[in-house]
Design a protein. Structure first.
Length: 69
């Protein structure tokens, strides 16, 4: 898969993880806190987590199908 890039914005309480630097778009997941970024073929190339600080007490489980390799 190569390098994974991770960004955290403490002011916005926002975390972004990118598996691949590629053109794509964000779409919703079953979690209100998570958006997945997919390429034009629908493969997951990253994800974003909002309100990261609210996850201190509980784990966040998200199914990211079709991760781009």
């Amino acid at each position: 898969m190569g390098k994974v890039k991770v960004w955290y914005d403490s002011e916005g309480d926002f975390l972004e993880v990118m598996f691949k630097q590629k053109e794509g778009y964000f779409r919703e997941t079953k979690s209100d806190n998570v958006m997945e970024k997919v390429d034009m073929e629908g493969n997951v190339i990253g994800f974003s987590i909002f309100k990261v600080s609210s996850l201190k007490e509980k784990p966040l489980e998200v199914d990211l199908a079709n991760i781009a390799g």
